[in-house]
Design a protein around this ligand. Structure first.
Ligand code: NGQ
Ligand code: ZN
Length: 451
């Protein structure tokens, strides 16, 4: 199998007339300045696919259903009540139907691997399904059907607040103790064995949901795989942590856990300079979810300072209220522009393309956070590749980094043409190859769940 393109964004930059071959799902050769062979599939522009480091796939099914004002002030916490009511309607089949659509949309937008932060585990009465990992199997089935790379992050959840507060009724389908979580993790590892190149990490949900002892036990189960945690997303969470411990969430985490490059701190929105320095120094990835953070009214992560200091980051579609790889990067930069009243604030230096800087950063940090570090299009790397619709009039007169800047700032998902994951073409002409089946099942699923 060989792809030929006019321009490709290789590890060391743009090259012309590039020919790539795949073998066993990986890139087996890269030639530049060569003619296409007769059987080659020809494209204009090829780029590496982007990792999506944080998703709750099921929440795609409620996108747009929490945008109506309530009687009092709406907030992250009132949104969460709406989300919990949606969870009450779910079952494993429902999770599968919704996740398959979300994953197809991710691939169509340029994401080739997803970190599924998966916390919905149990039946409506809060008791485990006969098969403890039933919903993890649903996620694995959706990943298998769409072909997206899966890093499954089974979530440990036991409490509703700092200090081991009892879980609420809305959380009953998430809850395990450490022993049952260990079994769930085993079941989750078994659930992904049929998938190509899956990873299973662990995810203590937040410092609200796990005590210090539980956090230590769960982190130890990762066995070298990624550890993800939601942290410091909302100010009430920071205030509750201070009231409970005298320390802020990130400060507390660094005092109590050995946080290194295997960790992903999701959001880390509200951090002091000292906390920011600690994250940078540890090599942990900041898991930024700009669209969801805007949607939920979280606040702004100090991206300008963090990136200038060499902090590692990736992007996630989190609530999946909108699924668009380019749009996540765009909003990451725009948040900084609005806050600081400047432009090109996340570019890697003078003359650097903002789009290329963001893409390169999110590619490296996202891969690290998902346990599949990668450098881009090079021999030995996974054949996770995106082609853009460069024939679109919008791209006229653009080449090199201006293509990335134009895609990210001026276009978005409609400009993605084909996507290969592990060397298999999953998206052609902007549409997932199994879209018809996935759409039909999604419609039936939603009709049933919302009935
Ligand atoms: C979640 N989502 O687990 O889906 C969370 C909300 C919580 C985001 N934080 C629930 N974006 O944090 O308690
Ligand atoms: Zn989340």
């Amino acid at each position: 199998m060989a792809l030929w393109c006019e321009q490709a964004w290789l590890v060391d930059g743009w090259r012309n007339n590039v020919r790539l071959t795949f073998e066993n799902r990986r890139i087996s050769s890269v030639e530049t300045d060569v003619e296409a062979d007769a059987g080659d599939e020809r494209h204009a522009i090829l780029l590496p696919g982007l990792p999506n480091l944080h998703s709750h796939a099921f929440q795609r099914g409620m996108a747009g259903l929490a945008e109506r004002a309530g009687r009092g002030d709406d907030s992250f916490w009132t949104w969460r009540e709406v989300m919990y009511r949606f969870v009450d309607r779910l079952d494993p089949e429902g999770v599968r139907g919704i996740a398959a659509l979300a994953y197809a949309e991710m691939l169509e937008s340029g994401f080739t691997r997803v970190g599924e932060f998966h916390y919905f585990h149990h039946d409506v009465d809060g008791r485990p399904y006969g098969d403890l990992a039933a919903t993890a199997e649903a996620i694995a089935a959706a990943a298998g059907e769409t072909g997206i790379g899966l890093t499954l992050l089974p979530v440990f959840y036991a409490h509703s607040g700092f200090g081991g507060a009892a879980p609420t009724r809305g959380q009953r389908r998430f809850v395990n103790d450490v022993d049952r979580f260990a079994k769930l993790l085993e079941g989750s590892r078994a659930a992904v064995t049929g998938l190509d190149d899956a990873v299973v990490g662990v995810a203590p949900h937040s410092l609200r949901a796990a005590t210090a002892d539980e956090l230590a036990s769960v982190a130890a189960m990762a066995a070298g795989a990624p550890i993800h945690i939601h942290i410091a997303e909302q100010m009430p969470e920071v205030e509750a942590c201070l009231a409970w411990s005298g320390a802020r969430p990130v400060e507390w985490l660094y005092d109590h856990a050995d946080v290194g490059s295997d960790w992903c701190l999701v959001h880390a929105t509200h951090i002091t300079d000292a906390e920011r320095h600690a994250i940078v120094a540890s090599g942990a990835v900041a898991g930024l979810c700009p669209i969801t953070e805007a949607n939920l009214g979280d606040g702004l992560f100090p991206a300008r300072e963090f990136l200038a200091e060499g902090g590692r980051f990736g992007v996630g579609s989190d609530s999946n209220v909108e699924i668009d790889a380019a749009a996540e990067l765009r909003l990451l930069e725009y948040g900084q522009r609005l806050a600081h009243r400047g432009r090109n604030l996340l570019a890697a230096g003078a003359d650097a393309s903002t789009g290329a800087s963001l893409y390169r950063g999110a590619l490296a940090g996202g891969g690290q956070a998902l346990g599949r570090p990668g450098t881009g299009l090079a021999v030995g790397e996974a054949a996770d590749i995106v082609s853009l619709k460069v024939g679109d009039p919008f791209f006229s007169g653009r080449s090199g980094d201006a293509i990335l800047d134009s895609w990210i700032f001026g276009g978005g998902r409609r400009l993605v043409d084909c996507v290969w994951r592990g060397g298999v073409k999953q998206v052609a002409g902007g549409r997932h190859i199994a879209r018809d089946t996935i759409d039909a099942r999604y419609r039936a699923t939603i009709a049933r769940l919302l009935a």
